[in-house]
Design a binder for this molecule. Structure first.
Ligand SMILES: [Zn+2]
Length: 313
């Protein structure tokens, strides 16, 4: 399976910063160690261009991000210190989601080992998000004439507020967010479908709400591609999660999302989004199992194709 990584564009963070930047390189090492990518399939994404960003972001915001002239307050809201690397990394992480969409359109499944920066609005960033990769990738594949309609399935524990706001009024992209009702962001935007969950939601309740949401979302979405935010932070051991979903529950989440898309013939680009477990290994395990599941499904569909070809069908 093709996977896009940008962890070598390391963003300099002050010591003690709580963002677990290390999860990205750890995840890539797991993906390599497990042989998920064949030769040439683990790729560095290109940076998204200004033109691609401007389909979703305000010119003034882009200009100020690039030149480092956001105010201190705006930078605090983003949560990272400004650096040229931050800008480059944000462009590359969006490029990874776009690359995963293009690969998924050809092969069925692909992954960005980063991305899911769903708190980025048209004119501001917040919650560690600068550019909105889902919106940028959705509009890029539409602009290229590859698909007419896109669905964003956001299962990160925090609402996809930036995605909902950027794409509100755009009937060609269906946004579905399942998230903690009482968690950040405290002011929620309106997605095409929201499934807010109470604190402490367990596997059974989470998976039932997810399945119901997918049933409601996928038919009207009528999408040619899905962008799936497989956030690791609904996990019971997450510092910022407030839900009680287990690793096994999150594996089941992956299965439900990926199978619901496959049944409808919708290719899926997986992105990682958040994950703040006390033990970073847990976050990496959860992200890895999402990618492993997609790779297994891709392998099964390729081998079914081969058998079909062998039988002359
Ligand atoms: Zn999150």
């Amino acid at each position: 399976m093709k996977a896009f990584y940008s962890d070598h564009f390391v963003l300099p963070l002050p010591e003690g910063h709580r963002f677990p930047m290390v999860k990205y390189s750890m995840l890539r090492e797991r993906v390599v160690g497990d042989g998920i990518c064949g030769p040439g399939e683990l790729r560095t994404p290109r940076a998204v261009t200004d033109e691609e960003i401007l389909r979703c972001h305000a010119p003034d915001y882009l200009k100020r991000v690039v030149s480092g002239s956001l105010t201190e307050k705006e930078m605090r809201r983003i949560g990272f210190p400004w650096s040229e690397r931050m800008v480059e990394r944000s462009r590359r992480a969006s490029g990874g989601t776009l690359g995963a969409c293009l690969a998924a359109l050809e092969e069925g499944f692909a992954a960005n080992l980063a991305g899911g920066t769903h708190h980025a609005f048209a004119d501001r960033g917040e919650g560690y998000c600068v550019f909105n990769d889902s919106a940028i990738a959705a509009r890029a594949v539409q602009d290229a004439g590859l698909v007419e309609r896109v669905v964003v399935i956001d299962t990160d524990v925090h609402q996809g507020n930036g995605t909902a706001a950027i794409l509100s009024g755009d009937k060609s992209v269906f946004t579905f967010s399942i998230h903690g009702a009482k968690n950040f962001p405290f002011h929620k935007e309106v997605s095409d479908l929201d499934a807010p969950l109470p604190d402490g939601t367990d596997d059974t309740e989470f998976l039932a709400a997810l399945a119901e949401g997918l049933e409601t979302a996928l038919d009207p979405a009528d999408a040619g591609i899905a962008i799936y935010l497989a956030g690791a932070d609904p996990f019971e051991g997450d510092r910022l999660g407030r839900l009680s979903v287990t690793k096994a529950g999150l594996a089941e989440r992956d299965r439900i999302v990926l199978e619901a898309c496959r049944e409808r013939g919708i290719p899926v680009a997986i992105t990682m989004a958040g994950g703040y477990a006390s033990n970073v290994e847990d976050t990496v395990d959860i992200h890895f199992q999402s990618i492993r599941r997609a790779a297994d499904m891709l392998e099964r569909s390729l081998s079914a194709d081969r058998q079909g070809t062998a039988r002359g069908t």
